[in-house]
Design a protein around this ligand. Structure first.
Ligand SMILES: [Zn+2]
Length: 189
């Protein structure tokens, strides 16, 4: 028997006890604890449970971690890994392009999409905003303006060339001159 992981990889499930591949899958509601001490809560997730038809051994499937992770995301009120992937795919951007556009780290984005880490509230809000195509356009336009603003500064040739070579300059702090301040005052979100 086989199951499709969300990365599209076809994986055969075999019994942990006897190695038989003759196993039946069923979904079961399972409760697990999330958090420690006073903040601990019991969450419920629909877990895939496999029963070996050869020896009767029961074990959790490879999707159990995903199901638990999703239940935690729902409890925290943040996007699940599948939802993050869906938001990014709806933008038509690759992971690298999405990371460049939003300023999030490519490694972090990959961890959020694969359920290794849960994004913090601020990043969750940012990804949610990417659901709206006009926000992608705003960010691209902002990147374009940043490039123009820096490359026509007569005293900033070094800064401008650094910006052309690195798309991550925007995050660094620079002292705005009067021209930039005038532009900033005209800029309307
Ligand atoms: Zn077995």
């Amino acid at each position: 028997m086989s199951t499709m992981r969300n990365d599209g990889h076809d994986e055969t499930v075999v019994c942990f006890d006897c190695g038989s591949s003759d196993v039946a899958k069923a979904l079961q509601q399972q409760t697990f604890q999330y958090g420690n001490g006073e903040s601990a809560v019991n969450l419920t997730a629909e877990m895939p449970v496999y029963t070996c038809k050869t020896c009767g051994y029961q074990f959790a499937g490879p999707e159990a971690d995903d199901a638990r992770h999703e239940a935690v995301c729902r409890y925290l009120g943040v996007l699940t890994p599948a939802e993050i992937s869906a938001v990014r795919e709806s933008t038509g951007l690759s992971r690298i392009q999405f990371a460049e556009c939003t300023g999030v780290g490519i490694a972090s984005l990959k961890r959020w999409e694969t359920g290794i880490l849960i994004q913090n509230a601020a990043n969750d809000q940012l990804i949610y905003l990417m659901t709206f195509p006009d926000n992608i356009i705003r960010l691209k336009r902002r990147d374009h303006f940043a490039l123009l603003d820096l490359s026509d500064l007569s005293s900033g040739s070094e800064i401008a060339s650094r910006h052309v070579h690195s798309n991550h300059f925007r995050g660094k702090c620079i002292q705005p001159d009067s021209l930039q301040l005038r532009r900033a005052q005209r800029f309307v979100l």
